[in-house]
Structure formats: C-alpha cells, structure tokens
Ligand binder design. Structure first.
Ligand SMILES: Nc1ncnc2c1ncn2[C@@H]1O[C@H](COP(=O)(O)OP(=O)(O)O)[C@@H](O)[C@H]1O
Ligand SMILES: [Mg+2]
Length: 573
C-alpha cells in the first residue's frame, strides 16, 4: 500500500476533490423523490400550478448540478486511475529492468507480462471504482435513509425490518459467491498464463509439433474457467429472486401501512411515492456496496503479485566498492578461483571446483556434453549469475568489485538463446553501442560475416526486422547478435554456441575475423565443432560441472578421453 501511495500522491488534488463531487451527485439524486413528493402533494393535490413550476425548475436545476458533478467526477477519476495505472506500470517495468537473471528465473517471463498488463489494469480499475462508487454507495444509503426519516418516522420503521433483510441477502450472496469469484479470478489467471507461455514459446511448440497437446491444455483450462463462471453465476441467479422478493415485500408493506396512513390523513400520497423510490435507492446502495467489496477482493490477488515484484531486491547488485565505480577493466585477464555454483532453488551444485587462468587475448574453447555447465560457467564472468562459492576475477579483481555497468560494457555476451528487437538492422546493431559510427557498424557486421547478406536486402542496414518486416534465418540472426556484441568493443567476449546455425565455412571466417579485429580481446567460445576446438589457444573440457581437462588442443588429444570422444563423434558427422 505504501508503494501505491507513493504513486498516488501525485494525484492528491483529485483524490480530495472526488468525494465532494460524489457527494453533490448523490444529493442531486436522492433529493429527486423529495421534490416529486412536493410536486404531488403541494402542487397536484392542491391544484397549485405555481408550486409545480417552481419545484419543477428547482428539481431540474439540482439535477443538472448533480449530474455535472457526477460527470466531472467521472472525468477526474478516469484521469487519475489511468494516470496511476501508467505510473504503476512504468515503475514495475523499471523494476523488472533492474532484476537479475535469477530473479527473472524466479518470476518467469510469462508471469511478469501478466503482472505488467492484467494485474496493473485491475488495480487501475479499483482506483477508478473507489473514486466513483466506493463513497457513493454509503452516501446514497445514508441520504436515502435520512430523507425517509424526514418524511415519516413511522414508515421508516418498515425500513428497519426490510433493510437488514436486504443486507443479509446481499451478505449471503457475497459469502456464497465470493470464494467462487476468487476462484474464477485464479482460473482467468491460469488461462492467461497458458496463453502467454504458449505464445512466447510458439516456435518451440511448432517445432515439436505439440500444437495438439498445447491446444488440449488450453481447452482444459478454458473449460475449467467456464465451469467456475457458471457455478458463480448460478449463485447470483439463485439469489436474485430472493432479493427481488424481499424488495417487493418491502414495497408491499410500505404501500399497505402507508395506504392506511394516507387514508387516515397522516401521510400524503406524494410522500408515499417518494418512499418507494427511496427504498429502491437503498437497495441500489447495498448492491453497489457489494460490488465494491467484490472488486476489492478480486484485485487483492493482483495487488499481491505486483507488490511482490516491486518489493523484490535485485539479487545481484554492486558491492560498496563496485558502487564507487573506480575500477576499469583494461586487459581482460579472467581467473576462476575454486568456483562453485548452484541455481537458486537448485538441489545440487552445477559447477564445482572450477579453477583456471586465462591470459588477455587468449581464445578458449569450452566443450562438454549438454548440461555439463558450460553456459552456467561463462555466465558467471559478467555476473549474470553470482558464484555461490569461490571467486571470479577479471584483471586480478573480484568481478563483484566492478560496477555492474562497467562489467557489462567490457564483457560481451552472445547468449545461446539470443533475440533481436523490432526495428531496423542498424538500430539493432547500434543497440550494443549507441554512439557507433556507420563505419564501425559496417566493420562489426563484416567481422560477423553479416555485411554481405545485409547488403543484399534492398534497404540494407535500414531493413526492418520483426513485426511487419523481413524475417531472417537463425544463422543470420546469430551473426547480427555477434556484430551487436562486437560493437561494444569488449575486453572479454563470450560466444555461447553462437554460431551453431552458421555453416562451418562461414564460422571459420568469423573466427579469423575476430582474431584480427579483437586481437587483445579474451575470447570464450562454447562450441560443438572440432575445427573451432582445434584452432583455439586452449580448451576447457567440462564434465558434469567439473573441469575434466584444460590445455592446448593437441595436448588434450593425447590426454583427455572426453576430448577424444567429442573429437571423434564430431568427425564422423
Ligand atoms: N536457469 C536455470 N535454473 C536452474 N537450473 C539451470 C538453469 N540453467 C541451467 N540449469 C541447469 O544447470 C546445469 C548446467 O546447465 P548449462 O550450464 O546450461 O549446461 P550446458 O551449457 O553445458 O549445456 C543443467 O543441469 C541445467 O539443467
Ligand atoms: Mg549451454
């Protein structure tokens, strides 16, 4: 709540203004039956046209005033809630940008998207609702009851019987229906989750031909939701006649007792009519109140999910020394000192006793079976994850003592699963370094063997990628990702299987370009290809989270059985 208040503070003026507007609107509305009574009793019954005209004009004036206030309040509340929603979404987005890889693992991308969209929208609706009817409902109740008592205290007694009855039936509906509404909400969330996850991974779904499986999952969730909604509305449907009955009985009672009073001259006809109207308003007030409570409860789950993200401290942050940002990475010497690593929530260490030193400018091939920890190991260098034991050093200094900014600028990573953004090719490349000149962009593209295919597009570097633009192959995408990383002129460059979709010949060219262009850059290449292993300065062989062997390729050919196995298996393919 404190988090929300920080954002809402900006809209303080509107939040103060709104209750007054609501009050004027409610008075304008609840006074109408009173005027009607006057018109009937003092005008119609007394044959006095001037009273009808005068009261009529007053009625219209008050009604216009009330409606104007209501309209202004709708405007104010829309502006406030939409503004609040936008601000909340921005601060949530900003927070997500600060989160580290382990945090994203924890929340999952699909869930973060739901939180950014659905959940924020729901909170936004609650703000709007609060400003429009949260106060309106009780005010209306109080005003209507006030007028009823003002007209005739005896008849007001009927209220003391019927209002509790109505209140009880509203309460029953709520208590019965409430759990169902909450479940409905959860089912909607589940369905959203399924859809989002499916869409994010649609390529995987398609490539594994799992459309049927996924569709079935969707249908299952969808039908779950349907059944729950039906159950929930059944309760409402069952309760409505009951409310209607109580309502009608109340009106009947009023007409009965009121009729008796009218006949004995204790009550006027107009007053009786207005009485019935007020009873309707009381009921309206009760219904609105129940709606408000329901919306709040539904939104509380959303709120919890939003606050959870806002409260999440990024699990990687600068050490006090890092925050000062004194240190710069100049050479690119990388050392692992007895490093072990475990993913948050993981049961075992995926890396153990990792120890090695890499000289500036060296090219290191990292090989090993899938799941042996290659990606995990190299992600520790730019602190995408933090070690759980030991130390990673760059230029002899613990990576935690560099500002994260410096670290991420000087250590370039092309991840196994890399993505480009919607936009032109040029924009995507410059994303790595906004100040790069056209020559630098082209140089990087040439080094990544991307220039030729870029130049083959009619729009060249201005070719739009993604939505509405051209689609490029996986290999082309990988080359653009490499070029993007090169533009940063990193001191350490990590290529995580980044040329897997590029043919061997092109890969060879890229490698020799890199050697030329980034002579002093330390290069880590995770690879499956023999010639890449063979042309590296040294090779690290990982086996089940531990270093099996490390050395020059020709040494490993003699000493490491795993290296020989990988070598042989590759040669045969
Ligand atoms: N984000 C993650 N959260 C939890 N466990 C992970 C994560 N990424 C990888 N792992 C696990 O860590 C181990 C090493 O994976 P990884 O480093 O990706 O291997 P490689 O790159 O050699 O194929 C595997 O057992 C894998 O299941
Ligand atoms: Mg990997």
């Amino acid at each position: 709540m404190k988090k929300y208040w920080k954002i809402l503070k900006k809209y303080r003026a509107s939040l103060w203004l709104s209750p007054f507007l609501v009050f004027i609107g409610v008075v304008g509305e609840t006074i109408q039956p009173y005027f009607m009574a006057r018109i009937v009793d003092d005008g119609v019954m007394q044959n006095d046209l001037s009273v009808i005209t005068r009261t009529g004009i007053l009625m219209i004036a008050v009604s216009i005033l009330g409606l104007t206030a209501s309209v202004i309040n709708i405007y104010v509340s829309s502006r406030t809630s939409i503004g609040f929603g936008t601000d909340l979404r921005s601060s949530l987005f900003r927070k997500i940008q600060q989160l580290a890889f382990p945090d994203i693992d924890y929340f999952s991308s699909a869930s973060l998207i739901t939180r950014l969209t659905n959940d924020v929208t729901r909170i936004q609706q609650v703000i709007m609702m609060s400003m429009r009817i949260m106060l309106r409902a009780p005010m209306m109740l109080v005003m209507a009851i006030f007028f009823i008592i003002h007209i005739n205290t005896d008849l007001a007694l009927i209220l003391t019987a019927s209002v509790p009855l109505l209140a009880i039936s509203v309460y029953l509906i709520l208590r019965k229906g409430f759990p169902f509404f909450l479940i409905v909400q959860q089912k909607i969330d589940a369905l959203n989750g399924v859809v989002r996850e499916n869409l994010i991974n649609i390529r995987v779904v398609k490539s594994f031909v799992r459309e049927d499986f996924e569709t079935e999952k969707f249908v299952r969730n969808s039908e779950d939701l349907r059944d729950m909604v039906i159950k929930a509305s059944n309760i409402i449907v069952a309760m409505f006649p009951m409310m209607q009955l109580i309502m009608n009985l109340s009106i009947l009672a009023i007409l009965w007792f009121g009729g008796v009073k009218v006949m004995s001259g204790q009550l006027l006809v107009g007053e009786l009519i207005s009485f019935v109207n007020y009873l309707m308003q009381v009921l309206m007030g009760l219904m609105m109140l129940s709606m408000v409570i329901m919306t709040y409860a539904r939104a509380s789950a959303s709120s919890k999910r939003i606050v959870e993200v806002l409260d999440k401290e990024p699990s990687l942050s600068d050490t006090p020394e890092g925050q000062q940002g004194h240190h710069a990475i100049r050479e690119g010497r990388v050392s692992f000192r007895n490093v072990s690593f475990r993913y948050t929530g993981g049961e075992t260490d995926v890396l153990r006793q990792i120890d090695f030193d890499v000289q500036p400018g060296e090219t290191i091939a990292v090989v090993g079976m899938t799941g042996s920890g290659k990606s995990s190991m190299l992600q520790l260098i730019p602190r995408l994850y933090d070690v759980t034991g030991g130390q990673v050093l760059i230029d002899g200094r613990n990576v935690k003592d560099y500002a994260l900014d410096e670290l991420h600028h000087k250590v370039g990573v092309v991840l196994q699963k890399n993505e480009l953004f919607t936009g032109t090719i040029g924009e995507n490349l410059r994303w790595g370094n906004a100040n790069a000149t056209a020559e630098e962009v082209e140089e990087a593209a040439r080094a990544a063997e991307a220039h030729d295919f870029i130049a083959s597009f009619p729009d060249g570097y201005d070719t739009v990628l993604g939505r509405g633009g051209v689609n490029i192959s996986g290999g082309q995408k990988q080359r653009l990702c490499i070029a993007r990383a090169l533009l940063r002129k990193p001191k350490v460059l990590i290529l995580d299987d980044s040329t897997s979709a590029v043919d061997s010949e092109t890969e060879l060219k890229i490698r020799s370009n890199l050697n030329r262009l980034l002579k002093d850059t330390t290069l880590f290449i995770i690879t499956q290809r023999i010639h890449t292993m063979q042309s590296a300065d040294r090779v690290i062989v990982l086996e089940d989270g531990e270093i099996d062997a490390i050395g020059r390729p020709e040494e490993l050919m003699l000493s490491s059985t795993i290296y020989q196995e990988i070598y042989n298996s590759q040669r045969n393919t």
